[in-house]
Design a protein around this ligand. Structure first.
Ligand code: ZN
Length: 270
């Protein structure tokens, strides 16, 4: 199977085939931050010196040709709260944490001209689009957001609040820690089983007593299918953020002291 993201320069992975939409994921290359945030850290909350993060974010704005005043960022808390945003929200969290949309792990909009942006270092980035409705969204799903089913929550909001039929929704599951590198305990497995509602379908492998290699990307895919998104409209990246050391920061691999990548999605104004 081919990879759904393709690398552009050293800084970017872009999502293929979503017409009129700029969507992708940053790498850790091409920025100005010092170790352990070297070099393209875009997280404002990780203890990296602010001028570096701002410089990295401004570089990304230039690469995407999406002015930083048009970005919308949220304060991510591993919850499942999702907010619909508009141009009135433009600039929130773009350069300062204090202005970010509070306690929110998913953003969506039907307006062109704003870039929805969230930070990642192993958690699963979820990209949503309904091309016929101009709707786009992004969500942050670590194990907590995954078992709280933020993926399902996004498509439920689109269905009920925006009247979008689920057969018009496409989803991309981006680079995150893979089951090759992600070991969890019984507590996480129990929450995952509860979320999916069936143990036999859980995507995991027991590696030792009480230790499981869990496939978070696949779990999100199964939750989306359960919610009613057609399987053939859900696409998944193969990248593991922990294995692919030269491209990605990894919270687990780097033992918590590391930078963040950004998942972004926006529609340019005509
Ligand atoms: Zn891996």
């Amino acid at each position: 199977m081919s990879e759904i993201f393709h690398q552009v320069g050293e800084e970017l992975l872009l999502l293929d085939g979503w017409q009129g939409v700029v969507a992708g994921f940053t790498t850790k290359q091409g920025g100005v931050s010092d170790p352990p945030f070297a070099t393209f850290n875009v997280g404002l909350h990780v203890g990296d010196a602010n001028p570096s993060v701002e410089s990295n974010r401004r570089k990304l704005a230039g690469l995407l040709q999406f002015p930083i005043e048009r970005w919308v960022c949220s304060e991510q808390t591993h919850g499942s709260r999702i907010e619909k945003v508009t141009r009135c929200d433009a600039g929130k969290g773009a350069l300062h944490l204090e202005t970010a949309i509070a306690d929110t792990d998913g953003l969506y909009t039907e307006e062109a001209g704003i870039l929805l942006a969230l930070c990642f270092a192993d958690c699963v980035p979820l990209y949503f689009a309904a091309p016929n409705h101009g709707m786009i969204g992004v969500a942050h799903a670590g194990w907590k957001g995954t078992v709280k089913n933020i993926a399902g929550e996004m498509v439920r909001l689109w269905r009920h609040n925006e009247q979008i039929p689920l057969d018009e929704v496409v989803v991309a599951i981006g680079p995150s820690i893979g089951s090759c590198c992600y070991i969890v305990d019984d507590r996480v497995m129990e929450a995952a089983e509860k979320a999916l509602g069936m143990k036999e379908a859980l995507p995991y492998r027991e590696v030792s007593i009480g230790q499981y290699a869990l496939d978070l990307k696949e779990l999100n895919r199964l939750l989306l299918i359960k919610e009613g998104v057609p399987e053939q409209q859900i696409h998944m990246s193969h990248y593991c953020t922990s294995c692919t050391k030269d491209l990605f920061f990894s919270h687990r691999r780097d033992r918590g002291r590391t930078g963040r990548m950004m998942a972004f999605i926006g529609r340019k104004e005509e």
